[in-house]
Design a protein around this ligand. Structure first.
Ligand code: NAD
Ligand code: GLY
Length: 375
């Protein structure tokens, strides 16, 4: 994977950074800056009709949605605000249907633009709703959590959960723009912030050893939400994700699957414990530790590299010890992973720091032994 060159120089607060996601007719920009929510013109410019549906949850709506909708209304837009219940446990059919109920009740047509204002749960659900409402309406991602700003808002994976598996029902559907206002992170609770750190660290471990070294050196600043470090980390994460998605939009050639490093274990943890018990990033953090240990067990990375990775995950405040879940339960959930091939569990494993691959032929008994004994 050829990644663009990193640029970690400080960005003046008023400046915007643009990262382009190159996908032919579905190309779009990720715009990163502080205070971007104050200017709604870029969103209005993308709307073909006079109507914009802003979907959020009561918490985010209270913090940012009201002011955002007011600005749109003042600019002459017919705004419909929809609030969904908050939390991973509500990322389901029933909640998704609330969007369709509200839009159909107001006779929204295909020119209606949707805006996802919130974290990854809102972004994934609104993206899916936009993909299927009247066979597709345009939408914009306005991510307000760290996790959504560095990962879920970019790349067009949209989904809801099923009781038997995470993100099992969904579609690939790209937004028209991703608008990242880093000022929204000021209100993000600490646990949610750490959860987002997991996906940033993921890019370094799986794809970019230099970025990992940069995270390692700047982790204290990142933990303290230093604005320069944060913008650098968001920018680099978006650059990496944009490059990966451009090369493998629909996860068909193995490239995009690498973004799933730690997720096979992580999704199984989330599902087994009950959605929302562990946050997505917590489960991914722990899943990355498991995938690292598994790679070391197979002799693909040395112990020192493994320790270095686990140390960064731990310093970011993420769990490194797997919760107590029976191996059979983990395997049952892992058997439904979307990367699997003819029932065979496939894992993203490390060949080195920053170098991962989709392993097709992992001995299933070795996985069972690892889950049973932790070794
Ligand atoms: P989330 O959407 O549940 O948000 C976390 C919490 O933070 C919520 O309570 C939310 O109301 C609150 N919140 C949001 N913004 C806030 C702010 N600025 N200030 C204060 N509180 C705020 O969780 P998340 O971590 O953003 O997203 C997790 C979801 O993303 C999972 O469902 C996961 O599967 C999905 N995901 C999708 C992709 C993808 O490529 N589509 C990638 C990674 C994760
Ligand atoms: N978060 C994994 C992906 O977008 O492919």
């Amino acid at each position: 994977m050829n990644l663009p060159v990193a640029n970690h120089s400080a960005v003046p607060p008023k400046d915007q950074i643009r990262v382009h996601v190159r996908l032919g007719l579905r190309s779009y920009d990720i715009v990163i800056g502080t205070g971007l929510l104050a200017d709604v013109s870029s969103i209005i410019n993308l709307a073909a009709g006079a109507r914009i549906v802003v979907v959020s949850n009561p918490l985010v709506s209270g913090l940012y949605g009201g002011a955002f909708a007011k600005k749109l209304t003042a600019a002459g837009v017919d705004v419909i605000q929809i609030e969904l219940p908050d939390g991973e446990v509500h990322k389901d059919w029933q909640t998704l249907n609330m969007i369709f109920d509200a839009m159909l009740a107001r006779a929204c047509d295909r020119k209606t633009m949707m805006v996802a204002l919130g974290g990854g749960v809102i972004g994934d659900m609104v993206g899916f709703a936009a993909a299927v409402y009247q066979r597709g309406v345009p939408f914009v991602q306005v991510p307000t959590t760290l996790l959504a700003q560095v990962d879920s808002s970019v790349g067009g994976k949209t989904a809801i959960n099923h009781p038997l598996g995470k993100n099992m029902i969904g579609a690939f559907y790209q937004p028209k723009m991703v608008l990242i206002d880093t000022a929204t992170l000021a209100t993000l609770p600490e646990r949610e912030y750490r959860s987002g750190m997991a996906e940033i660290i993921k890019y370094g471990i799986a794809l970019d050893a230099d970025f990992f070294a940069w995270i390692e050196a700047n982790l204290d600043a990142l933990n303290q939400r230093d604005p320069n470090a944060l913008v650098s980390a968001i920018r680099r994460s978006c650059e990496i994700k944009a490059a990966v998605v451009a090369a493998d939009e629909h996860e068909t050639n193995g490239g995009r699957a690498l973004l799933n490093f730690g997720h096979t274990f992580g999704h199984a943890i989330e599902t087994a414990l009950g959605y929302g018990t562990w946050l997505h990033g917590e489960a991914v953090g722990c899943g990355m530790v498991m995938a690292t240990r598994f790679s070391a067990k197979l002799g693909q990375i040395d112990a020192a590299t493994g320790d270095r990775i686990i140390d960064v995950i731990q310093r970011a405040g993420l769990p490194v010890k797997a919760p107590s879940i029976e191996a059979d339960v983990m395997l049952d959930h892992m058997s439904r992973d979307k990367k699997n091939d003819a029932g065979v569990i496939r894992l993203i494993l490390l060949d080195a720091l920053g170098k991962s691959r989709l392993a097709n032929r992992v001995d299933q008994q070795t996985i069972r032994h690892f889950l049973t004994t932790g070794q």
